[in-house]
Design a protein around this ligand. Structure first.
Ligand code: FDA
Length: 292
């Protein structure tokens, strides 16, 4: 219930004006969003962690905004260490305006990334953008076979999706939005996640296991061993600011761990989704506001 309220608030322009212009939120934002992105990437890299970098912004409504987002993403790869990844939301590139526009923009980003030895992963967003996401991903893979895509386990067709994505880099997550017909009970989402994991680990692609859930992290590592994958055959992914000790623990054990690092001023919807995921995060948020 609370999750649905917070996700609804994440789309409210009025709430966004109120919250994002308040100086009181700065401390909370800083926990999840990189202030100085170069510094954060340097620090994570020195600790042996990999990064995927997200320039915050989504749901653009005109071409000029989409072009601004693309310009930032064209600059980004050259600033990243080799082996880094960039995470891209197609609605920031103009998917709501036209699929062709988003494809052209994403293709330009893939070309810039390839020059810098950086990969690109397409984030999964609201349910009505998922067909466009997979159609753009399939088109991009013709020239950029290593472009990755996100599958949300809360969607009942996620299993089919994983089967169809044989050979691809696939980031599996639970799903951060709402969708008609989506699994909502944690047990159902977890079951779907594990079924998808089995397909991905047994397949020929590169699984990216995006969860902070200790049980799912353990299951992923076990399935990888059972399927004969070594530490380079898959990776764990976690969000900047979430379970940093666990990121280091896994990496210290020899696992590949990639941290999703968002940066930029358009952090409102991202932060609201993080709060919706975890009541503890909300308590932290409210405490930070009240203690000022
Ligand atoms: P969940 O939030 O259900 O938590 C399960 C358990 O994990 C908790 O009970 C606790 O034990 C532990 N845990 C979680 N947070 C913790 C914390 N702060 N401190 C301590 N323990 C904690 N979604 C989407 O729809 N599209 C996308 O493209 C992406 N991309 C993406 C990339 C990456 C790298 C990550 C990690 C996640 C995403 N997501 C996403 C978000 C994802 O769908 C999901 O909403 C969040 O990861 C939260 O789900 P978890 O699997 O982490 O577990």
């Amino acid at each position: 219930m609370l999750r649905h309220v917070l996700l609804a608030i994440s789309k409210s322009e009025r709430a966004e004006r109120l919250i994002s212009t308040s100086p009181l939120t700065a401390g909370v934002v800083g926990r999840y969003v990189a202030g100085d992105v170069g510094e954060v990437i340097g620090e994570l890299t020195r600790k042996g962690l990999l990064v995927t970098v997200d320039h915050l912004g989504e749901e653009v409504t005109d071409q000029a905004q989409a072009e601004e987002a693309v310009a930032e993403y064209l600059r980004l790869p050259a600033l990243l260490p080799a082996g880094a990844d960039v995470s891209v939301k197609l609605t920031a590139l103009g998917l709501r305006l036209s699929e062709r526009l988003a494809l052209d923009h994403a293709a330009a980003i893939c070309r810039a990334a390839a020059v810098a030895n950086v990969t690109v992963t397409l984030d999964a967003e609201e349910h009505d953008t998922i067909p466009g996401l997979h159609s753009v991903h399939a088109a991009l893979r013709k020239d950029h076979p290593d472009v990755g895509v996100v599958v949300q386990a809360y969607l009942p067709d996620s299993l089919d999706r994983c089967e169809k994505l044989g050979g691809a880099r696939v980031r599996l997550c639970k799903g951060a939005y709402t969708a008609p017909g989506a699994y909502t009970r944690p047990a159902d989402i977890d079951r779907s996640f594990v079924r998808c994991l089995r397909i991905l680990m047994a397949g020929t692609g590169y699984p990216m296991v995006a969860t902070h859930d200790p049980r799912l992290v353990r299951i992923a590592s076990t399935l990888a061993v059972l399927e004969g994958r070594d530490a380079t055959g898959y990776e764990h992914q976690m969000l900047y600011g979430v379970r940093p000790d666990e990121q280091l623990r896994l990496s210290g054990q020899g696992a590949r761990v990639r941290v999703y690092v968002p940066y930029g001023s358009d952090w409102y919807a991202y932060l609201m989704r993080r709060l919706a995921e975890r009541p503890g995060n909300l308590a932290f948020f409210l405490r930070s506001l009240l203690s000022r």
